[in-house]
Design a protein around this ligand. Sequence first.
Ligand code: ME8
Length: 654
Amino acid sequence: MSKYITTPIYYVNGEAHIGHAYTTFIADSMARYERLKGNKTFFLTGTDEHGQKIEESAQKRNKPTQEFADEISATFKNLWDQFEISYDKFIRTTDEDHKKGVQKAFEIMYAKGDIYKDFYEGHYCVSCETFFPETQLVDGEFCPDCGRTTNVVKEESYFFRLSNYQDKLLEFYEQNPDFILPRSRMNEVTSFVKGGLRDLSVTRTSFSWGVKMPESIGDDKHVMYVWLDALLNYVTALGYGKDEANMDFWPATAQIVGKDILRFHAIYWPAFLMSLDLPLPKHLGVHGWWTRDGEKMSKSKGNVVSPKEVADAYGVENLRYFMLREVPFGQDGDFSQRAFIDRINSELSNDLGNLLNRIIGMSGKYSEFEIDSVDVEKYHAKELNAVNEVLDSLDGFMQNMQTHRYLEELWKLFSIGNTAITEHEPWVKVKNDQKDEALATVALVANILARAAVMLHPIMPRTTETVADTLCFSIDTQSYQELIVEKKLLKLFNIKKIPPLFPKVEEPLMPEAPKAMPETEPQKQEKPKNEKKSKEKFESRASFDDNLIEIGQFFETSLKVGTVLEAEEVPKSKKLLKLQVSLGENDTRQIVAGIKEFYSAEELVDTQVCVVANLKPAKLMGIMSEGMLLAAKDEDGLCLVRPSKPKKPGTPIG
Ligand code: ME8
């Protein structure tokens, strides 16, 4: 059976961060799992290189766009190579073959009548590269996805007849209830589709860094919409539009994406495929969002977790284990070193590492390291049954992408092994002339470790190879077949002595995340002056745009002492307070601040605060905010930064 697993292709406007690594680890583990089972597998990853944001990022660095894309794409590829990600192809949307495939797809859709030329006029969120019907806007103005203000725009464009696919999509979802995993995400998609699909603008004339129109259509002031271009990578990577060399891998078995790009993959992508008469993917695995120590990661806060830094400190396999074990698939997760260290010390070091060391020690003492499974069934049928039950349950978890449950179940094997040792006390049996029984217990545990190593292999490939080597076998499809499917026991062998696999971690090995200003909603709402020139997607992506600044740049920020004159709660908001703050005579500002969880409105009145006074006003929940308060936040909560002695309102800070 053939399997096709994909990650999203990553934008080349910033370095890889832990969220990218997470998606890639899940997909890599699934691909390795399928290969282990003997399935012919194709695993795709790559980079998404077109669009305005990338064109602008290159311009800022005074680099030709292609050169810029080459450099960043290489950082992703190098990182995945360093992490030994087992991709079969690393696609780049600037690859000639890909571009040709996209043009071919466009031509087919056009010839079919699914693409037509018109003008678009409507509410457009540049940040999300998406039109929204008026009914979906928040307060008639704001983007329902990212909260930014939408623009009314009119531009010539080619449209994809998405509206034609509304019923077909709904029918497809109904017939394939596990298309989206976890299933709980399906509702979100169906209700969006039921709300009405508008035709989708699939070309742009406002910039040129994109796949050109097919020659047969001409009209070269248009370039293709970055999402049409990007989504098609999943088939162009297999030779679509060229030699179709690997198209027999299509449809994809599992396409892993973050929840931020669910709609593109669950609605647009299937509609494009239907238009191309291609079958739809079997599953879309939608994972949650990673934060650091409870805070959203952003380059400006300096709290982005670099996967390379973590891997250098703790080892890439430990990181894979932690990320896949820590978070129930689909839910948001938090990266905290404390939680990471706890899992290394208790699960990897104690449960797995110590068990291996115990049997190396015991077999050394009782049988000169020789391990013989001959009596395992006789003395440990009960344990073997329990082990087999666990092994048989694992496949379902992996197929549903529930790696946390997979690992949780797998860990039951170690407790079966540990309990067997505690109950059977081989050291007593050896002394009581029951050596056979003692050696059977040691052999039972060796077999448990061998089976666990095979099943843990997709998640920790190198570590489990070491375990297997210690137990004198190698992990491959054959050993999977024998040990897991046929439940055979290990043949007579001599166990090897190895140093502890997982040394305990006493102290955090990386600096803690800097505690930054709270991300108050005004920052989120803040938008570039010219929204047309904004980025393709959400603001959370790491970018290179926050480097060291010159002192002059610092002084571009106007900080002033303010006195709170009035304060009240913003109805229906958990976080927001609305303040009237005096910055001196004739300058009273209305400031909406996300501090309600930490301060009551009453206690703020007549106190002083530090205000960023030259922020562009922004609306929060429809209320205008004309500044931002400085505050410090850590795990104990948030406190406002205030002058240590009263100062006249409006006094400059700096
Ligand atoms: O969206 N937590 O690229 P991208 C978890 N090019 N996962 C995260 C994350 C976080 N904090 N941040 C990013 C794109 N991700 C498009 C995709 S596909 C045809 C085009 C992961 O560089 C998550 O999987 O913004 C998300 O979907 C992916 O990175 C997006 O990376």
